[in-house]
Design a protein around this ligand. Structure first.
Ligand SMILES: Cc1cc2nc3c(=O)[nH]c(=O)nc-3n(C[C@H](O)[C@H](O)[C@H](O)COP(=O)(O)OP(=O)(O)OC[C@H]3O[C@@H](n4cnc5c(N)ncnc54)[C@H](O)[C@@H]3O)c2cc1C
Ligand SMILES: Cc1ncc(C[n+]2csc(CCOP(=O)(O)OP(=O)(O)O)c2C)c(N)n1
Ligand SMILES: [Mg+2]
Length: 577
């Protein structure tokens, strides 16, 4: 069957199971857009190509399938770079398609020519420049295989205009990927499993560190069986939240820079860490020199380059996490770590008295209240929370308790402001029956708020909770702690968000007191379309605890407790910032 390159593109995407695509047209990709109309694919027209990549990413993280974004050459392609890098840092499988000038014009500084494969080389798992229609089918098939296999990530396909326009024979079967792109057979030897089991059985104070890999490998059940059998508490990374139910008695909560105090102390006192699909990010470890000094480490990880990168592994299991845990389960003994769990529990009490939820209502609205109330209102339902980056992101991790996998979507590694609103749109496209909330700062919202128009045009019913503190709050917090409260460029104004919502043709609420939180949430949930709520919260609130960058994990700045309210804890900034 003879088809144009543009038709072959869609034939292949449909065969790969693609039904949704996010994009923005332009000259170099017009042949592909024209052919798209003949295929059963729903296109969401974004307002900025960065939005398309975050939507594809949100789609991928909500569903586990590959998200797809499409844009034109030149500025369309460069606008995608931040979203591609975001997906790369968080191992999210997306395929981005860009138009390119005709192949004979390449290298001539033609109109809207940019070397996007060169630009994205360090932020893609792989990328392709395709100049002929007969390369398209194999390229698309390989791109999907690469995006999903092993450690997932973004793949970019740059298609010249002539490759889209010219015709050739379409042969799907003959275009199977040339090399095996599936991960190698797991390298799990009986010996390494036995070594890991021996360490687990012998440990008195073990902690499981559960990361994003739990969700990526679908290891939730296996992790639970493993933790329960070995009777080992589970701490999660930011991206591991939801991989192990928050309400499970063995769940400790989040570790790291803004992790709970008892979690970080437990890690520092542990005699064994079992790292499951997590990469020991610096936000997780603090100073490597002082990290978990008494603990042996077992690292279960699919990407061999992560082993011994930051933290030495006494036993490394390079494998798909689910597979590794399923092989470990029968070779470990039933454990009883009651004494260890009790000692961790004892340190929770001290945190509870410092918790803002325990303090008397002083008439101010705190972000922690808003997020906790949102959790109360939506718990038990099929809810996805997508956050932006900043203080509100950390409060979400602390005060919204996720029991389900893929129910928190957030930019961890790159920390991309502007992620939440478009990623929420992508998540809603992936799981239309889920209730999707974007929790976003007033700064990040203003970076991609244009995508509200996308949600309105296409009737995508996301609910947007702006945590409006009038500051680039997380940066202000660093200035408060480490720069003597010299607030350089962090006070932030914004439009009237209620009127803005109304200008987009949707409902907007403003909430200034705690009593208004639940009614606004209830109203938003009852409406069919998108809603914006402007939560005007305390301006100079602080995320506690905080491990200063580069400090030891247990050297946390804590929220002053009732008896400490007068004095500020000592603060040290280090060279590692
Ligand atoms: C403002 C801010 C503050 C932050 N504070 C914190 C904090 O306090 N605590 C915290 O935890 N994070 C924090 N983060 C996030 C942090 O930067 C990292 O993004 C996060 O810790 C990474 O989590 P991860 O290692 O679980 O996930 P990823 O970075 O996604 O890594 C996943 C790992 O799993 C592996 N993997 C993938 N698939 C499989 C599979 N099938 N089998 C086995 N392994 C697999 C991958 O190869 C990779 O090594 C913060 C981010 C921001 C923006
Ligand atoms: C694109 C981008 N630019 C800058 C930063 C640095 N940064 C991290 S958090 C933050 C402040 C975020 O402010 P806001 O969106 O209002 O959220 P808040 O911290 O106040 O909750 C900034 C500027 C970033 N992460 N991403
Ligand atoms: Mg803010």
């Amino acid at each position: 069957m003879k088809l144009t390159g543009a038709q072959i593109l869609w034939e292949c995407l449909v065969r790969e199971g693609v039904t949704e695509i996010f994009g923005y047209p332009g000259g170099a990709i017009l042949p592909a857009y024209d052919a798209m109309l003949d295929y059963p694919i729903r296109h969401t027209l974004v307002r900025h190509e960065q939005g398309a990549t975050h939507m594809a990413d949100g789609y991928a993280r909500a569903s586990g399938r590959v998200g797809v974004a499409i844009a034109t050459s030149g500025p369309g392609a460069t606008n995608m770079v931040t979203g591609i890098a975001t997906a790369m840092m968080d191992s999210s499988p997306i395929v981005c398609i860009t138009g390119q000038v005709g192949s004979r014009l390449i290298g001539t500084d033609a109109f809207q020519e940019i070397d996007i494969t060169g630009i994205t080389l360090p932020v893609t798992k792989h990328n392709y420049l395709v100049t002929s229609p007969d390369e398209i089918a194999r390229t698309v098939r390989e791109a999907f295989a690469i995006a999903q296999s092993g450690r997932p990530g973004p793949v970019l396909i740059d298609l010249t205009k002539d490759a889209q326009q010219a015709s050739c024979e379409f042969d799907w079967d003959g275009a199977a990927p040339r090399r095996s792109l599936r991960p190698d057979a797991p390298l799990l030897s009986r010996e390494s499993l036995a070594e890991a089991a021996a360490l687990i059985d012998a440990a008195e104070r073990p902690v499981i560190l559960a990361g994003h890999g739990v969700m990526i490998s679908g290891a939730e059940r296996a992790l639970r069986d493993f933790a329960e059998r070995a009777h080992v508490p589970v701490a999660t990374t930011l991206l591991g939240i939801g991989g192990f139910p928050a309400s499970h008695p063995l769940n400790l909560g989040m570790m790291g820079m803004h992790g709970e105090a008892w979690v970080n102390v437990a890690i520092q006192e542990a005699d064994l860490l079992v790292a499951c699909g997590m990469r020991f990010d610096d936000r997780v470890t603090g100073s490597l020199k002082t990290y978990a000094p008494r603990a042996k480490k077992i690292h279960i990880e699919i990407d061999p380059s992560e082993i011994n990168k930051n933290v030495h592994a006494d036993v490394a299991l390079v494998a798909d996490l689910r597979h590794a845990l399923e092989r470990l389960l029968p070779v470990i003994a039933n454990g009883d770590r009651t004494a260890w769990l009790a000692s961790i529990d004892a340190s929770r009490g001290d945190s509870a008295v410092r918790d803002i939820q325990s303090l008397p209502d002083d008439g101010h609205l705190y972000a922690a209240h808003v997020i906790n109330d949102l959790w109360r209102a939506t718990r038990g339902g099929d809810t996805i929370i997508v956050t932006d980056v900043g203080q509100h992101q950390m409060w979400e991790a602390q005060y919204y308790h996720h029991d389900e996998p893929r129910s928190l979507i957030t930019s961890g590694g790159l920390g991309t402001m502007g992620f939440a609103v478009p990623a929420a749109i992508g998540a809603k496209r992936a799981r239309p029956d889920a209730e999707v909330w974007a929790i976003v700062g007033d700064g990040g919202f203003q970076m991609t708020m244009c995508e509200l128009a996308t949600a309105v045009q296409d009737g995508i019913a996301i609910k947007v909770a702006i945590i409006n503190n009038g500051f680039l709050g997380m940066v202000r917090q660093w200035q408060e702690f480490f720069y003597e409260r010299r607030y350089a460029a962090t006070p932030l104004s914004g439009p009237n968000f209620v009127k803005l919502a109304e200008a987009f043709g949707i409902r907007g609420h403003a909430v200034t007191a705690r009593a208004g939180v639940l009614p606004a949430i209830d109203d938003a949930r009852r409406r069919d379309g998108p809603v914006v709520i402007d939560f005007r919260v305390e301006q100079e609130d602080t995320v506690y605890p905080m491990v200063p960058a580069g400090a030891a994990l247990h050297a946390m700045i804590r929220r002053p407790g009732p008896s400490l309210a007068e004095g500020r804890n000592p603060i040290v900034e280090t060279a590692a910032d």
